[in-house]
Design a protein around this ligand. Structure first.
Ligand SMILES: [Cu+2]
Length: 248
């Protein structure tokens, strides 16, 4: 068996495999766009929307990220991030807007603008989190057109797929969140249990299981203590009993 040949071909294979993996990783990185990940999507719930900035504009660092709120939202609460300053842009409404609770507003927040204290280098990633109240609009997709400004250039993540168009074919798709069925206080969906049931239920279960376990732990602890105490008492009893006079 010619081992040197085998070793050479194995090394070559490893090298090309490594190169392919690198290429894939680079492609994977590039494929990640400015997007949003909600921690929940159920209608009427308060959700945390995490906007990721996974790369710059080509090789240029990001200096500003302006997130436009969909018209279905009247406000958003930005989470502070020490790398950025943040401001809310408000707009005057043409006419007062009536809200579900019977009150009305004349202004709304139209945009949240994060400005980098120092440019976010193009190969580094950061996240910007907004807290919003999702509208009572199950099945609606909310679009958050986001303008990413860089030291050189900018990218306007605002493309929305037309009917029948594959959103993945878009160059700069707008981050979006699709609202799902509202969930009631007991964690069950109001219309289609399947949609909200899984997610919400998972968290509810965990809590209950933990309580049961801690009670069991406590009981075991107490039981152990009692047993220990009894054993102690018994041995103490043995010690205090006056020794029987020898030969009795
Ligand atoms: Cu991208």
């Amino acid at each position: 068996m010619n081992y040197s040949f085998l070793r050479r071909s194995l090394t070559a294979a490893a090298a090309s495999g490594g190169a392919a993996a690198l290429l894939l990783a680079a492609a994977g990185g590039a494929a990640a766009h400015v997007g949003v990940t909600p921690d929940k999507t159920s209608a009427n719930s308060y959700a945390l929307l995490t906007f990721a900035v996974p790369h710059g504009c080509e090789d240029s660092g990001t200096t500003k990220v302006a997130i436009t709120l969909p018209s279905e939202l009247n406000d958003a609460q930005p989470t502070v991030n020490p790398n950025w300053t943040v401001e809310k842009v408000t707009e005057q409404l043409a006419e007062p807007k009536k809200l579900a609770d019977g009150t009305s507003i004349t202004k709304r927040t139209s945009q949240i603008v994060y400005t980098a204290k120092a440019p976010l280098e193009h190969q580094l990633r950061d996240t910007l989190v907004l807290s919003v109240k999702l509208p009572d609009a199950a099945g609606t997709t909310l679009y958050f057109p986001t303008l990413q400004t860089c030291e050189t250039g900018q990218t306007d993540w605002s493309e929305i797929a037309g009917a029948g168009q594959d959103p993945h074919s878009l160059e700069a798709p707008a981050p979006s969140v699709t609202v799902t069925e509202a969930v009631s206080a007991d964690g069950h969906g109001t219309a289609s249990p399947s949609a909200s049931h899984t997610g919400e239920q998972a968290s509810a279960v965990t809590d209950g299981g933990a309580d049961a376990r801690s009670w069991a732990g406590l009981a075991a602890g107490v039981g152990g203590l009692a047993l220990g105490g009894m054993a102690l008492a018994r041995s103490a009893g043995r010690r205090t009993k006056p020794a029987e006079p020898a030969g009795k």
